[in-house]
Structure formats: C-alpha cells, structure tokens
Design a protein around this ligand. Structure first.
Ligand code: FES
Ligand code: FES
Length: 153
C-alpha cells in the first residue's frame, strides 16, 4: 500500500507518495526528480547511490523510504548548489573518466571534509565507493587539496 512520506531534501520539505518499502533512491529519481544520485549495484555494495542522512553518508538503494520520514536528506544536487570546493578540485585534477561514481564519491567525501575528517579517514570511508575507471588516485589528490585548504583556514 502506498503512503506519503515527508522529509527534508536539501533544505526543502518534500513528500513522496510510494510504498514504504520503496528504496529512497527510486523515490529521489522517479518521484522527486533528483536524478543526480545513481543506481549501480542496487545492493549496497558500490556507493553510486550515496546520500547523506542526518549528516551521515548512507547508501540509498537499500534504504526504505519509510526510514527517512521526518529526517534530513542531502544529495549531490545540494552539494553542487552549495558550490562545495571539492567540485573545483575534482575538475582541476581531472578526477574522473566516465564519471558514474562521482556523485556518490563527491557526496561522501564532501560530507566527511565538512565534518573535519582527515584524508586518511576519508580514504577509508571511500572504501564504500567503487570507481571502476581507476580514478581513485586523482580523486584522493583533489580531496587532499581541499582538506589542506580547510586546515589552513
Ligand atoms: S547502487 Fe547503492 S550501493 Fe550500489
Ligand atoms: S570515473 Fe568511471 S567509475 Fe569512477
């Protein structure tokens, strides 16, 4: 049975009508027109679908919509709108090839940078995000630059 789930999405209160068991990822893409978050494995293994739930990165392909009632969700669209410095750093380092992994990686890494995490901790966190193109070294270089900028402020 469908119901209406209400939550905050990138700072705006939204409602999605769907079965409570619908993965958040599908509600974001198909109901709420937020298509930046991507479907990869669909089983919680690749990180392509990473979003931020109440400040913590989570995979949205295996998170039921009912679990976000009343919560705060941030997606890559929110990070892009905010102009996070990691966006420019990724471009500077040409950190990506096909780019499919980047919304998830940007979402997780930007959140961890803003939380004050170290490069080592962020690298460990990104074990949850696969990049099949082998761009990890350039992605990490971009993250290292932004963490260094953050730590000199
Ligand atoms: S699509 Fe969600 S972890 Fe792979
Ligand atoms: S740039 Fe292609 S999967 Fe990461």
């Amino acid at each position: 049975m469908s119901g209406k789930i209400t939550f905050t999405l990138n700072g705006t209160l939204v409602s999605a009508s769907a079965k409570p068991t619908t993965p958040l990822l599908f509600a974001l893409r198909n109901t709420l027109d937020h298509k930046g978050t991507r479907l990869g494995c669909g089983e919680g293994h690749c990180g392509a679908c990473t979003v931020v739930l109440d400040g913590f990165p989570v995979t949205s392909c295996n998170l039921p919509l009912s679990a976000v009632e009343g919560k705060n969700i941030a997606t890559v669209e929110g990070i892009l709108d905010a102009g996070h410095p990691l966006i420019a750093a990724l471009l500077t380092h040409q950190a990506g090839q096909c780019g499919y992994c980047l919304p998830g990686i940007l979402t997780r890494a930007a959140t961890m940078i803003d939380a004050g995490d170290t490069v080592d901790t962020i690298r460990d966190g990104l074990d949850a995000n696969l990049c099949r193109c082998g761009a990890q070294g350039r992605i990490l270089a971009a993250i290292t630059d932004v963490v260094a900028q953050r730590d000199t402020q």
